[in-house]
Design a protein around this ligand. Structure first.
Ligand code: SF4
Length: 215
């Protein structure tokens, strides 16, 4: 499979924010978001090839419980992704995805393998300012019934907040986070805080890795 990097850091977002985690950054993505902070993992030649078996062997030797499969977009290499997930042992795995792919088929095939790892999807719902507001809405029902993940919005302007407001009624029963675009700074954080105060079932989340300046 095509990888950009494997590294250890703290989980910056989602339900397991703040925990130490091993990260596997897949190379390549089907989108090209305006605020993408991993452009180096999207195209060009900054990748290397490694088999799922070889990566899993190294990660299974790590004492760290959490594994985050990120990108790029891991679902762009679906067979390799599934193979890797099935080979991990006793881990809490989060797959960070942009939400444009259907999650359930992969989850079903992973569950059939009966491994001793747990699998979650940290699922973006891209807002208009990303330039790619694509989302597979079948994922809402899947996340509601399985509890195997959460939805994350990133808001960069008031149009994004209006978009999120429109979607929130669909997400009752799904763990949902909202992060302000970090680079927009304090006044924008205050606007997002105000938006959240007027609603339920959505939580503020600041992107920890950006605050700490870590990968
Ligand atoms: S989906 Fe994620 S990795 Fe792909 S371009 Fe958008 S922000 Fe970057």
């Amino acid at each position: 499979m095509k990888l950009h990097s494997v590294f250890t850091s703290l989980q910056g977002e989602g339900r397991f924010q703040g925990y130490p985690s091993d990260f596997i950054r897949f190379f390549g993505c089907n989108l090209n978001c305006s605020y993408c902070d991993t452009k180096q993992a999207l195209s060009g030649d900054s990748f290397y090839l490694e088999t799922p078996g070889s990566v899993a062997e190294k990660l299974n030797r790590s004492d760290i419980f959490d594994i985050c499969v990120t990108g790029g977009e891991p679902f762009c290499q679906p067979d390799e992704l599934l193979e890797l997930l099935k080979l991990l042992r006793g881990k809490r795995i989060s797959v960070e995805t942009n939400g444009s792919f259907e999650l359930e088929p992969l989850y079903r095939r992973f569950s059939e393998a009966e491994t001793d790892s747990a699998l979650y999807f940290s699922t973006d719902w891209k807002t208009p300012s990303s330039g790619n507001p694509l989302f597979d809405e079948r994922n809402i029902g899947f996340l509601k019934k399985s509890g195997a993940g959460w939805i994350k919005f990133v808001a960069g302007n008031t149009e994004d907040l209006d978009f999120i407001d429109e979607k929130l009624p669909l997400l009752d029963g799904v763990e949902t986070y909202l992060s302000p675009v970090f680079e927009n700074g304090g006044e924008w954080f205050a606007a997002v805080e105000k938006f959240i105060k007027g609603r339920r079932n959505i939580r503020l989340q600041l992107q920890l890795h950006k605050i700490l300046g870590i990968e």
